[in-house]
Design a protein around this ligand. Structure first.
Ligand SMILES: NC(=O)c1ccc[n+]([C@@H]2O[C@H](COP(=O)([O-])OP(=O)(O)OC[C@H]3O[C@@H](n4cnc5c(N)ncnc54)[C@H](OP(=O)(O)O)[C@@H]3O)[C@@H](O)[C@H]2O)c1
Length: 305
């Protein structure tokens, strides 16, 4: 892909060193130049010709130099847990980026957000309330943009399905939050990168939800995960209230296995999004991923899974 003056198109990514970032880089690296802002080094990033800007998006005051020659800005940076004092500076940093992009002639802007959540979380949880503040600012900015809101993602090194499998393998039991009748439609992180690329290539501004190819009843998915480990499903049944209590306790103890708001979101049955339909290739099913991860874990002692 080249700009009108013949140089390769330039992508500025904020938060490209994580799960989504790894796939995005893979997707764009072949024909885009990439400038990537994140705080910690990522092994192998520089070998792919990525220009790493070691910076905290929350404290970057002047984005102008980083926007030079940029054709597309992509914002991925966000935290999973935290209070207002953590999310507010990052929100301000991203708003400064948006403002700078607007002033410097509006490159196209893509932003990763999340699906709708229960109203109390949307309004009261900084993770969501401040994210929506940025979503709305982008929508009002006048910049040509796309906001993609995927559901639960899976891929190598993810912190949801892979972590759940590991717990099942180690403890042979898994907590079942409520009745397990709610839904999820896991989307491959590789497909998400393709979706981002497809969407930024289409003209106009949009806000889209993106689910994977199959809408699972949660409990069917966890049954399948036990099967991939060669184990009989064994659940520790918890009422919705006790599920949230457990998650709060885990959170207070400083573990990142699951957060209370994630349990509430799941129980509200808002994560079974319909499949994204705009790709030429079929969306990847989660089952082969679960099968391969399960087989990999079975080959190791349970304590090391
Ligand atoms: N994973 C999912 O299932 C899922 C589902 C829906 C939406 N999303 C959204 O997708 C986005 C990416 O998620 P992910 O799973 O790839 O997260 P991740 O693995 O935690 O990666 C987050 C990235 O953001 C960077 N980052 C965090 N704070 C930063 C800061 N202050 N300044 C600069 N960089 C910062 C991190 O790198 P450094 O620590 O080096 O700075 C890392 O590169 C997030 O907005 C997330 O909410 C994820």
């Amino acid at each position: 892909m080249t700009a009108p003056d013949g140089r390769p198109l330039l992508l500025l990514v904020g938060g490209g060193g994580g799960l989504v970032g790894r796939s995005v880089l893979m997707e764009f690296q072949a024909d885009w130049s990439i400038r990537s802002v994140h705080r910690h080094p990522v092994p192998g990033e520089q070998h792919g010709g990525v220009e790493w800007i070691a910076a905290d998006a929350a404290s970057l005051e002047n984005w102008d130099p980083l926007l030079k020659d940029v054709d597309l800005v992509l914002t991925l940076a966000w935290y999973r847990p935290g209070h207002d004092r953590r999310f507010a500076p990052l929100t301000r940093g991203l708003l400064r980026l948006l403002d700078a992009a607007s002033r410097c002639g509006s490159p196209r802007f893509a932003h990763l957000s999340v699906p709708d959540a229960p109203a109390d979380l949307e309004q009261g949880l900084p993770y969501l309330a401040l994210r929506r503040r940025f979503d709305r600012a982008l929508e009002r900015s006048g910049i040509s943009h796309v906001i993609v809101r995927p559901t639960m993602l899976f891929g190598p090194g993810d912190r949801l399905l892979t972590v759940m499998l590991r717990q099942m393998r180690r403890y042979r039991f898994f907590p079942l939050f409520g009745n397990g009748e709610y839904h999820v439609s896991p989307l491959s992180v590789r497909d998400l990168a393709r979706i981002l690329r497809t969407e930024v290539g289409r003209p106009g501004s949009r806000n889209i939800l993106a689910g994977g190819p199959r809408r699972w009843r949660y409990r069917d998915l966890t049954d399948r995960m036990f099967a991939a480990l060669g184990q009989r499903p064994r659940y520790w049944h918890l009422s919705p209230r006790n599920s949230m209590r457990l998650a709060s306790t885990i959170e207070r103890l400083g573990f990142s296995l699951i957060y209370r708001y994630e349990v509430e979101w799941l129980l509200a049955d808002m994560l079974g999004l319909p499949p994204y339909t705009g790709l030429d290739l079929p969306l990847a099913d989660v089952e082969p991923f679960i099968g391969a991860e399960g087989a990999r874990m079975r080959a190791r002692p349970a304590a090391l899974a």
